[in-house]
Structure formats: C-alpha cells, structure tokens
Ligand binder design. Structure first.
Ligand SMILES: N[C@@H](CCC(=O)N[C@@H](CS)C(=O)NCC(=O)O)C(=O)O
Length: 332
C-alpha cells in the first residue's frame, strides 16, 4: 500500500501493513479528526465557500460525504474536486490543486495533475501514513480538517445549518442508540466486510468475511421487510452509510471482490430499499457506475478488464411507500 513516510511518497508503507500474515485485511484508522463549528472563534468556523472536499466517485467512503452534502443542500457552501478515474502510482490525482487548475503560470496542476499527497505534505511536511478520500480541507488556513467519512458526515449534518437553514437531521437524538447499533454491526460486516472479502489472501480470511457479510445482509433484509428504514420510519445516516456499499454491490463487489453468494437484486426488500435511496433527490448524481466498475475491477484484475454485467436499473418503482414512515426528521 502506497503512502507518505516523513513527507515522501513511497509505494509501500513499511509500518502500516493492512493485510497481516494471517491473510486478514485490517483497515488503518484515519489520521485527521478536526471538526467544523458554527462558533466563529473555533479552529474551523463554519463559513460558506471556505471548505473543500476531495473525493473519488469510486470510493464508498467519499460517496457518503457526497450524499450528505447533497441531502443537506451544501453544494454551494462546500466545493468538491473528484479524482481522475484510475489510481496511478502517486495515489489520488486531480485535475486541479488547492490553487485551481494550472494556467501555465504555476505548477499546482499540470498535465500530470495534482496528487492528493501534496496537500497532506503541505498540511504537515513530516506526515507519515495513508492519503485517502474523502479529505475535508480548509482553504483559508490551508489545513486538513478531517479525513474520516463517519465524522465528516456528522460535521455536514449540523455545522452549516445556520448558513443554509437546512433542518434535515440525519442523526436525531431520539434515534441515536438505534443508529449507533446498526452502524456498529454494518461497518465491520458490510461496509468493510466487502473489503475484508476482496482483499483476503487466505481462504479462511475470505470465508470468514464473506459468510459474515451475507449473514448480516440476511439480517438487514429481514428487518427491512417490515421497517422502511434501518432506524424505523426516518431515513438517517445509518441508511446512507449502508447505501454507498449497496449501490456498489452487484456491479463491483459481487464480481471483483468475490462477494457472490447472492446479489442485492436477489433480496426483495434490500433491492427496493436501495432503489428508494437512489431515487432520493440529489443522490443519483453522486453515483457514477462507470467509475465504480472500472475502479474496482482495476484493483481485482491485473489486466484491468471490466466485467460487462450485471444489468441493473435503479430507477424502477421501489414499492416502499406501503411501509409506515415519515422519511425526513427535521430538527426543531
Ligand atoms: N476510514 C476512512 C477510509 C477512507 C479510504 O480508505 N478511502 C480509500 C478509497 S475507497 C482510499 O483513499 N484509499 C487509499 C489508500 O488506502 O491508500 C473513511 O471512512 O473515510
């Protein structure tokens, strides 16, 4: 795995091996955990136009941030750059850098693009670790605020409400225990479970991951048969965290990561639930199937051959209205 050691880009991070001798994939924790606050005297105060999200459309973690940015109406408040498809040796590369696209007068983003690692080095010239999307960047102080999607979506859920007037609450107080319970189960078994299956280098590690993954999908299917959303009648962050994995499942994880006991299309409740979330205003634009497919098959196939199928159509009717649910929780 590539990354930075004392601010230098290396092909293999020595001390940070994510695949252990037992063949099991263990994701290394994110490094930056700052927060944005409505309080103007805080380190990262909420201001329109000040923050930037560095993302890649292939990535489920970055797509969580894109989904919540859309749901919270933050398109004009937080700017975004999406990485070029494909992962060259220097990691995520963008057409533009923090100072915009190259106009020939600076070398921030020439033809070879702007690699994300430069931002990490600017933030801390001695940084050692992974360089990941999503990364939330403060354009004014030229600092990384946070690079953990679970935290970024919480920030977007509240920090800018005073600016946008958006009162949608994806982590409402009364539902927090239920949301936390689903997140704690779904992250290891499903969100990270597909990677544990796909990156396993021993049969035991793969078997454990793939069976754990489908046991949890079966459980979620049973729950969603009578519950419109994970935490009941309201759509919350737990649903959006699950969504970005589900929407990649049949087209990428099923084939490229060998998560092929069943497709999401084989689960009646899960596939309707996936369609409902995909059809939510603003969400379809955050999903780029071509980049998802080519990105995952490039990881899985040394010849980078992208599988043709399966054909999916998430615009079909979802039939979830028959279940009780208010959908959106508004903060009072
Ligand atoms: N825990 C992080 C994970 C982010 C992550 O691993 N992103 C992947 C893309 S899907 C990445 O940037 N990988 C580059 C690497 O590991 O070197 C989060 O949820 O934000």
């Amino acid at each position: 795995m590539a990354g930075l050691v004392d601010g230098k880009w290396v092909d293999t991070l020595p001390a940070a091996e994510e695949i252990g001798p037992d063949g099991r994939f263990r994701r290394i924790d994110s490094a930056f955990h700052g927060t944005i606050s409505p309080d103007s005297s805080s380190e990262f105060p909420a201001e329109p136009g000040r923050y930037h999200l560095w993302v890649a459309y292939v990535c489920p973690w970055a797509s969580r941030a894109l989904a919540v940015r859309a749901l919270k109406g933050l398109e004009d408040v937080i700017s975004v750059s999406a990485a070029r498809p494909g992962q060259p040796p220097e990691g995520w590369v963008f057409d533009e850098g923090p100072d915009g696209p190259s106009d020939g007068s600076s070398d921030t983003a020439g033809d070879s693009g702007y690699p994300l690692y430069r931002l990490y080095v600017e933030n801390n010239p001695g940084y050692t670790g992974k360089v990941t999307v999503p990364t939330l960047w403060d354009k004014q102080q030229r600092k990384i605020v946070n690079n953990e999607s679970a935290e970024i979506i919480r920030i977007l859920n509240t920090a800018f409400d005073g600016i946008t007037g958006n009162r949608l609450d994806l982590y409402p107080e009364p539902l927090r225990p239920e949301i936390d319970r689903w997140n704690e189960r779904i992250y290891p078994a499903v969100n990270n479970g597909v990677y544990r299956a796909g990156f396993a280098t021993t049969q035991d590690a793969y078997d454990e991951a793939v069976h754990g993954l489908f046991a949890m999908l079966d459980r979620i299917e049973a729950h969603l048969t009578s519950s419109r959303y994970l935490a009941g009648g309201y759509c919350t962050e737990a649903d959006w965290r699950l969504f970005t994995t589900l929407v990649r499942f049949d087209v990428a994880y099923y084939g490229a990561f060998k998560c092929n006991i069943r497709r999401i299309a084989d689960y009646p409740a899960l596939s309707n639930y996936l369609r409902e979330l995909y059809q939510w205003p603003g969400i379809a634009g955050t999903v780029k199937f071509d980049q998802i497919k080519s990105g995952y098959y490039a990881l899985a196939d040394k010849h980078r051959i992208v599988a043709a199928g399966p054909e999916i159509d998430l615009s079909l009717p979802h039939d979830r209205e028959r279940l009780p649910g208010k959908g959106i929780f508004f903060r009072t």
